[in-house]
Unconditional design. Structure first.
Length: 287
C-alpha cells in the first residue's frame, strides 16, 4: 500500500500561483479566471492559486493601483506560507506588473520555494511612460499620468501609487535609485542584498515573455530586462549591456550562462496571445 501511495504522490502536478496585472482581479472570467481554467483543463489535478489582494474583487482591482507594492508582496508571502498545497514548492506566473511582483516574492520569500517563474509582459526594469491603461479606468489613468509627471519620486506618491514604485526615469537615475521604494530595491540599485541574489538564482527557469507589438509598456524591452540607455529616453539597450548584468548584481549573468533565462517573443499587443501559443510555449514549463 505504501508503494502505491507514493506512486501517486510522485505524479502530482506542481502547483501554480498566478498574479494578475494592473486594473485586473484574481478571478475575472476573461483574464485570470480563463487562464486558471485552461491550465486546469490541460494539467489534470493541478492546484492553481490566483492571488487576490484584499477581501473582494473590487479591493483586489483597486489595490493593483493604490496599495504599496512592498505591502502587497508581504501579504502574498504570508498567503503562500500558509497554503498547505504549496509547501513542496510551486511554479509562478505573473501577468504584466504581476511579473515583477512575483520576482520580488522569489527574492524575498524563499519558503515555500518557487521553482520556475514565468513573467508574461512583466516590466523588470520598470516603465518610463504610460501610453495606455487597461480597462475602463481612463480617469484613473489620467490622474496617474499627472501624478507621475508631478512627482513620481516623492515619498507620498511612492507610498500610495503602485505604478510610481516601478517608474524608472532614465533622465533622473539618481532620484530613481535613491527614492524608488520597490523597483530600485529588488534591482539592487542601492547596494547588493546577497539574499536576493541567492534566492533568485535558486529558480530552475526564469522565463520572460515580451510582446513584440506592445503599445502599453514603455519601453517594451523592459519585459526582457532591458531599458533606456541612461541619460536619455530614445535609445534602449538589452539586458546584457546593462550594469545590472555586467556587474551581475542579481545573478542574472550567472543564470544566463547556466541556461536558466528564457527570452520569448510573441506577436501581438500587451497580454494578447492565443490559446494555441499558450499551450505550445508556456505549458511545457508547468508540466
Amino acid at each position: 500500500a505504501v508503494l502505491v501511495l507514493c506512486l501517486g504522490c510522485a505524479a502530482a502536478a506542481v502547483p501554480l500561483v498566478i498574479w494578475h496585472g494592473m486594473g485586473d482581479s484574481c478571478c475575472n472570467p476573461q483574464s485570470m479566471g480563463y487562464i486558471k481554467k485552461i491550465v486546469e483543463n490541460k494539467i489534470p489535478g493541478i492546484y492553481v492559486l490566483s492571488l487576490k489582494i484584499g477581501s473582494n474583487l473590487i479591493q483586489d482591482m483597486e489595490n493593483s493601483f493604490f496599495m504599496n507594492v512592498n505591502d502587497q508582496v508581504r501579504e502574498v508571502c504570508s498567503q503562500l506560507a500558509k497554503d498547505p498545497h504549496l509547501k513542496g514548492g510551486y511554479n509562478a506566473m505573473g501577468f504584466s506588473q504581476g511579473g515583477q511582483f512575483l520576482r520580488a516574492v522569489a527574492q524575498r520569500c524563499p519558503s515555500p520555494p518557487m521553482l520556475n517563474l514565468i513573467s508574461v509582459g512583466g516590466q523588470h526594469q520598470g516603465v518610463y511612460g504610460f501610453p495606455r491603461c487597461p480597462g475602463e479606468s481612463s480617469h484613473i489613468c489620467d490622474w496617474i499620468r499627472k501624478t507621475l509627471d508631478l512627482g513620481a519620486y516623492t515619498q507620498a506618491v511612492q507610498e500610495h501609487l503602485v505604478q510610481a514604485e516601478y517608474w524608472h526615469d532614465p533622465l533622473k537615475e539618481e532620484d530613481y535609485r535613491k527614492n524608488s521604494i520597490f523597483l530600485a530595491d529588488i534591482n539592487q540599485e542601492r547596494g547588493i542584498n546577497e539574499t536576493y541574489k541567492k534566492n533568485l538564482m535558486a529558480l530552475k527557469k526564469f522565463v520572460m515573455v515580451k510582446f513584440l507589438n506592445d503599445t502599453m509598456v514603455d519601453p517594451p524591452i523592459s519585459e526582457w530586462f532591458g531599458f533606456y540607455k541612461s541619460g536619455q529616453a530614445k535609445e534602449t539597450i538589452p539586458l546584457k549591456e546593462t550594469s545590472l548584468y555586467t556587474e551581475d548584481r542579481l545573478g542574472l549573468q550567472e543564470m544566463d550562462k547556466a541556461g536558466k533565462l528564457v527570452f520569448l517573443g510573441v506577436k501581438g499587443d500587451h497580454l494578447h496571445f492565443s490559446e494555441e501559443w499558450f499551450y505550445t510555449t508556456i505549458l511545457p514549463f508547468l508540466q
